[in-house]
Design a protein. Structure first.
Length: 312
């Protein structure tokens, strides 16, 4: 009985809420789920070791979060059942189940939050028109168009990505738009429009007419020669691309304009390519979180209505 009394005490409720608020807030300031070198390179050694040893790099799936969240769930559940039992036994006056319905919503919200924090997965990719990316579930997404919309003063107004989605060779989404705050659902994922950037690209052609787009910072290995696109000097039609070539004859740096040759390839053009930044999010806890708002709002309305009616 003493254990039950402690588990449903208000002090435990307050203590757990303070703990989850403080540590949860700190966890949002530290990037989650990165590899060990990331923390060792971005934080002092002692702090990096502390983050890794305590599991703070994956706080929302660690015992630091799951155990207190479980205790809070048990605490709230016992309090709800205790109050609900007392309300059923009430012999005088109308019963008030508003707080119990509110607590039910909070219980669902707690479960959804734990599932969301521990099971949420995210992935980010930058794509140019024509690029393809494989998604979980056997989906293949192709960027068919990208539009950057700006205000007259140059400030960004909107980014619009248009994609085709196929699965097992069959198109399941055709010409679908992804805009800011208007994600595209694909299976268990939601694809969000999050950014826009640009990159230099040198388009190389071989003797057979094959095209080989090479972005700045990328490598292309062809015919025993590795081409590394370092940078571009100048802009527009007169721009010069700088390449580092590695071949059996040894490494060398060469410069080439559009129409000239670099190794066995010809530089067809040097262009700036717009990139769309898309984020894929899988959140298994989103449904119970949204569902919890119904009993929470209903419980609040019933509770306040009762207080207003009683003149409290």
């Amino acid at each position: 009985m003493k254990l039950m009394q402690r588990l449903k005490s208000v002090r435990l409720t307050v203590g757990l809420l303070v703990y989850l608020a403080i540590l949860g807030g700190l966890a949002t300031l530290i990037p989650q789920g990165r590899d060990t070198p990331f923390y060792e390179g971005h934080y002092p050694r002692l702090l990096a070791t502390l983050i890794l040893q305590t599991g703070f790099d994956r706080f929302f799936s660690s015992i630091l979060f799951l155990l207190p969240a479980l205790l809070f769930f048990v605490n709230l559940l016992l309090c709800t059942l205790d109050r609900f039992r007392r309300e059923l036994r009430k012999r005088r006056g109308p019963r008030n189940f508003g707080p119990d319905i509110l607590h039910l919503g909070l219980l669902i919200l707690t479960v959804g939050a734990v599932i969301s924090f521990s099971g949420r997965k995210e992935g980010y990719v930058e794509m140019a028109v024509g690029d393809k990316v494989e998604l979980p579930g056997g989906y293949l997404m192709t960027l068919t168009d990208f539009t950057y919309i700006a205000y007259p003063d140059g400030r960004p107004r909107d980014w619009v990505s248009r994609v085709d989605v196929s699965r097992e060779g069959k198109t399941v989404r055709s010409g679908r738009e992804i805009r800011v705050n208007r994600p595209l659902p694909v299976g268990d994922l939601k694809i969000y429009q999050v950014s826009h950037s640009a990159r230099l690209q040198a388009v190389l052609t071989d003797r057979e007419g094959g095209s080989h787009p090479l972005s700045q910072g990328q490598r292309l290995k062809l015919g025993g020669v590795t081409y590394f696109f370092m940078t571009s000097e100048g802009e527009g039609p007169g721009a010069t691309a700088v390449f580092h070539l590695s071949s059996p004859e040894g490494p060398r740096v060469t410069r080439a304009e559009a129409g000239s040759r670099v190794g066995d390839l010809e530089v067809r053009e040097i262009v700036t390519v717009d990139l769309t930044g898309l984020e894929a999010v899988s959140d298994p806890g989103s449904l119970p979180v949204f569902a919890s708002f119904i009993p929470i709002l209903l419980g609040l309305v019933m509770t306040f209505y009762r207080k207003i009616r009683d003149g409290v």
